[in-house]
Design a protein around this ligand. Sequence first.
Ligand SMILES: [Zn+2]
Length: 163
Amino acid sequence: MNAPLLELAPALWTAILAHLRQQGAGVRESGGFLLGRVRKGVRVVTSFLPYEQLQADALQADFVHLSGASFSRLWDYCATHGLEVVADVHTHRYGAGQSRSDGENPMLAIAGHIALIVPDFAQGPVGLEHLGLYVYQGAHRWTRYRGPTVARVMTFKTPESEP
Ligand SMILES: [Zn+2]
């Protein structure tokens, strides 16, 4: 895969990381959905919806868990704002590898959905090469990008005004 699949403004990404860092406070996982639009196969992120905004206790357990009601809220939010879920992101205490649960329970079990993992509860400096980027292929299979390969599929672009 050579063409970037996931695109977002640098300022938005910085804001997302700041939120995750603050919300997790160095002691727990945090995360949320990246919303936007899929254009010609490219997932363009335009906003971030933190899990705790969908469900107050989403981050209380050791890992993120969302109820069915939270997904109903998510679909309502997307419909109201004319957005699609293009990816999700969550932090891990240590590395950016997928846990068994992450691999078996995609937040969105739709082929092409992207899951990002930010290491160290997003407390350290986070470059693309530190992330784990996972593209869901269906049937619990993922294409995994780590280290320098992440930059091949995730790119920063300041949005241009629509023609
Ligand atoms: Zn995880």
